[in-house]
Write a protein that binds this ligand. Structure first.
Ligand code: NAP
Length: 312
């Protein structure tokens, strides 16, 4: 099984080099950069376990190459692909259909090839729902959520998912506050109800300032970090330690750093914490379900991910 990172040349003219692999490539992740992606070991472990004679490869596809690469998929015999940074939003116009939730999120991370048709899905949001249930034994819909990094791609997908789940409260926080305010306007319709949760708004966008955060964290069960801060252990802290309290659950979508600063500070405050590996696992399992219409071997995929993380 290859750990290589292929380029668009490998896809052209029916992808002879990808077909010649043993086993042949029928699934892939498109991204730039993509060499770090943990998806191939996770999906390849699943394919082996299911006895399917295919493999999942990394393809470094630049924004200029995206349209051409997508056009090659059907002829190259691909079942589907994942797309990651920087293609999750820019891919939408090239798809023949996009499921409504992904349309609202404005982002697709999974594409199913059906004949010459490309169908777009977003499994990040549903993957997070499963991750929260698994990590904290609670349902997102029952929680008051404060979301950091609400203006980014992952943040938007998570905010839309929280809204669609009907979570108790959603407080949106983003470095560029206008993006969070715009998103709050888009999600207003989900929070119009007679449901009483006390003297606080169910949906808000607030500035990234300690005083505003303190006030909202008092009315929060779950803090989610969807910003890219925390990927390096040298990153400055996202929240002052004094804002973190033992009653909180803290989920960091970042998974590359093991325990990010936010999670370390949360643990020290006595909060329950978890990193984004479980979201990565569940978004991957959901993608596999879409491509194969089969039950994904979750524990096999989890083990492969953990092994990959330990080695990198
Ligand atoms: P993105 O679209 O580039 O968004 C980046 C976000 O981070 C924006 O909200 C941005 O705020 C914020 N940000 C960047 N630098 C900041 C700083 N210094 N201080 C405060 N906020 C800052 O990236 P993305 O695709 O959403 O990815 C974000 C994170 O989610 C990444 O760490 C990624 O690994 C993670 N993720 C995890 C999974 C998983 O399965 N676990 C899935 C998807 C994504 P502005 O709007 O102000 O620029």
């Amino acid at each position: 099984m290859s750990a290589e990172c292929y380029t668009i040349e490998a896809l052209l003219n029916g992808a002879p080099s990808l077909r010649a692999l043993n086993p042949p490539a029928r699934l892939a992740v498109f991204g730039d950069p993509v060499a770090h992606s943990a998806s191939p070991p996770m999906h390849n472990a699943a394919l082996r376990h299911l006895g399917l004679p295919w493999q999942y490869v990394r393809l470094r596809i630049t924004p200029e190459e995206l349209a051409t690469a997508l056009r090659q998929l059907s002829a190259a015999g691909f079942l589907g692909v994942n797309v990651t940074i920087p293609h999750k939003t820019s891919v939408l116009p090239y798809l023949h259909s996009v499921e409504p939730a992904a349309q609202r999120m404005g982002a697709v991370n999974t594409i199913l090839v059906e004949g010459d048709q490309l169908r777009g899905f977003n499994t990040d949001g549903p993957g997070l729902v499963r991750a929260i249930r698994e990590e904290f034994a609670v349902d997102l819909k029952d929680l008051r959520v404060l979301l950091l990094g609400a203006g980014g791609g992952a943040g938007r997908a998570i905010a839309v998912q929280c809204a669609m789940e009907g979570c108790e409260r959603l407080v949106l926080v983003n470095r560029t506050q206008e993006k969070a305010q715009q998103l709050a306007r888009e999600l207003e319709e989900f929070f119009r109800s007679d449901r009483l949760v006390g003297p606080v708004n169910r949906l808000m966008a607030i500035p990234w300032e300690d005083s505003a955060l303190r006030e909202q964290i008092e009315q929060t069960d779950l803090i989610i970090n969807a910003s890219s801060v925390g990927m390096r252990l040298s990153d400055s802290p996202l929240l002052s330690q004094s804002l973190l309290t033992p009653n909180l659950m803290i989920y960091d979508t970042v998974y590359s750093a093991g325990k990010s600063r936010l999670l370390q500070d949360g643990e020290q405050a006595g909060a329950r914490t978890a990193n984004g590996l479980s979201m990565l696992l569940h978004q991957g399992a959901l993608a596999l379900e879409i491509w194969l219409n089969a039950v994904p071997p979750l524990e096999v995929m989890r083990q492969a991910l953990q092994q990959h993380q330990a080695q990198n």
